[in-house]
Design a protein around this ligand. Sequence first.
Ligand SMILES: [Zn+2]
Length: 405
Amino acid sequence: MKKLFFTLIIFLPSLATFGKTPLFKVIARSDSHRAVEENVQLKDLISSNSFDGKYFKVVRGKDEDAVRFDASDDLVFKAANVYYHLTKARDYFTNQLKSDYVTNLPKMIIRIEHKNQFSELGHFAHDNLDPQFNNALTVPAGKGLASRNIKPWGIEIWFRPQKKIHISELNANNLQSQEFKVLMRGFRNQIHMQSLQRFLAQSVNILVNGSQGGRGFSLDQVIRTAGSSLIMEFGYQFYDPIAKATSRKNYWLDTAMVPEIIYHEFAHAALSDHLVLSRSTAIIEGMADFFAGQIAGSPKLAKRIKKYNTFNGKNAKRKQDYILQFEMSEYANTDFVFGLLWEMKSILGEKKGESFMFELRKRLTTDGTIRKDLVDGLITTCEESCETPFQDKLSILKALNYRGL
Ligand SMILES: [Zn+2]
């Protein structure tokens, strides 16, 4: 034992000195969920001077080559951060959930600081067409267009640059000069359950294009941009220690720096064997949020969701209750699905609930409805995989009933 200890002491510093496995600064969460910097080693890199790995290649914008280790500090920080958290997310799906689909996913290109919109035919829309900020999205693979020299591409994840928006420009006068929490509450009430990310992206578009209408902000531009406001607020609120200060008047979302957003985006790719990446719906976003929450594994997040699930607001409409309008609206219901799936997990038990939700994706489609497909999916999945189907089904039905379903 003594000898082994001695050997380790000799070897560890020499590895570090040779720089074979350099350490990179990334964002981690403290126990209280604050964003803290941590130095980590990156797994599965195949390049010794750039972020090119076995499963992910991190590039800047439309570049083909990976971001180099000697690029600017800011770019290296971002590239290392997405690489590290994507590796964690991939490990979760391959090791914990034993997903063959994820194990066999082709290597993914990850774009950071990428402003172009997605084009299903052309891969990248024209540079001048509404450049994007403050959001992230996962794009489906495409065949390319040989006649226009556009090569085929695989599933990719895109992280936009951040852009600061002054609070006075958020087009919400009543929110001015209020504290962050109050702002969030106002944001939630005003926008209902639209995600914070969309809210900020939209605000930038209002600034750039002058109006909320027209081509400033359309559904096409936000396909599959991340998640519910629950998980976004959670990632956002604690990202920047200054965010809590009342003096902060600028808002932005640097998606490549928020672990929960990175997990959410990878979850879209991991679930895409059944939940195709066509557009953003309550079911596809709620499922991605669920697994982002699992990967994050944060007791604070669990508490937050629990509070959301049981909170009985003074507003006329409890957002935790199902209302038929949910099915019609594009954005309004992701939190509802997320909260519901989280509750189901606790009914079925932590471990069992997780594999249950992974099975559930087979019974769902991207365009499914909450009232029919999600409810049917939960029941059928239980019939097939619950340990005590009769009892568990009763508990599920009871919970659904309580939610107004
Ligand atoms: Zn999403």
